[in-house]
Design a protein around this ligand. Structure first.
Ligand code: PAF
Length: 282
């Protein structure tokens, strides 16, 4: 596996692969890799000639009071995992390489960035859109792989890839869960044993809401209340930032339950902010 730290060298390498007629799959990550990330790498390996994995903890997507400095980092462990999966290139830039002195170009994907998580993390999706655009320009991917756990992120990235004619196919892969349903996330590392138990309420609330809709409930408010009640029964969860039924395209709250809907939830639990979602065909 090739390790590249310099954007220009990464871009030259990727361009040469494309010139030889090879497809490139990009798996953008912030490291602290878990099974969710590894499933994206495996998928990219099965669909592309070349798989590039990037690890960059992007300061532009963290708010001033967020967890940038304590975000889990394990470059050695990550490199080993990526090597074992036989990815071809690891792109590991530092902050200066991605945001050199004088950097002042940012990208805003309007409207959808302001909803759900965007309402609680101002500027977050501006940072995501900016770094993903840079990674697309540097690695020139045929396909790029993202987990459904960050559903709003996938909507934002699909929009920007289309609006800016990147020509990259955005592939959204299923959320990978622990044995008790908790969605895998690098931020689960912040949870104490007690908080970890309470965290199962997210998957329980999504499953119960999905069953409620599949058994005929058509009023979004009823489903939303049910989700809120399940979360409220866990005193360690506070506050619930949002929990409810949404339109998967616009991310607006769904008035009625019809066709495909998105169940989505975001909560604070101790030092962690946890999100999860489920798409349900009603
Ligand atoms: O999902 C993530 O890990 C990050 O938001 C991403 C897409 C790598 C951009 O920094």
């Amino acid at each position: 596996m090739e390790l590249i730290r310099i954007p220009r060298i990464m871009q030259d390498t990727c361009r040469k692969h494309l010139q030889k007629g090879r497809t490139i799959g990009l798996v953008p990550t912030m490291g602290a890799l878990h099974e969710g990330h590894l499933s994206l790498i495996r998928r990219s390996r099965s669909e592309n000639d070349v798989t590039a994995v990037s690890i960059f903890v992007n300061p532009a997507q963290f708010g001033p009071s967020e967890d940038l400095s304590r975000y889990p980092r394990d470059i050695e462990g990550d490199t080993k995992k990526i090597g074992e999966l036989e990815a071809d290139v690891l792109f590991l830039p530092d902050d200066r390489a991605m945001y050199p002195a004088g950097f002042c170009t940012f990208l805003d994907v309007e409207k959808i960035s302001e909803k759900l998580c965007g309402a609680f993390r101002p500027g977050h999706f501006r940072g995501v859109a900016t770094v993903v655009s840079k990674l697309f320009n540097i690695t020139l991917p045929t396909r790029a792989y993202f987990g459904q756990k960050d559903f709003q992120q996938t909507v934002v990235i699909r929009r920007l890839a289309k609006d800016l004619n990147f020509g990259t196919e955005v592939v959204v892969c299923p959320t990978i869960r622990e044995h008790d349903g908790l969605a895998m996330s690098s931020r689960n590392a912040y949870l104490t044993a007690e908080q970890r138990k309470a965290a199962t309420a997210l998957f329980r609330c999504l499953t119960a809401a999905s069953q409620e809709m599949l058994s005929g409930t058509r009023t979004a408010e009823t489903v939303r209340e049910m989700m809120q009640d399940i979360l409220a029964a866990e005193p360690l969860i506070a506050p619930v930032e949002y929990a409810g039924v949404y339109d998967p395209q616009t991310l607006d709250p769904a008035a009625e339950i019809k066709g495909e809907v998105l169940l989505a939830v975001a909560v604070r639990l101790g030092n962690a902010r946890l999100i999860d979602n489920m798409l349900v065909n009603t």
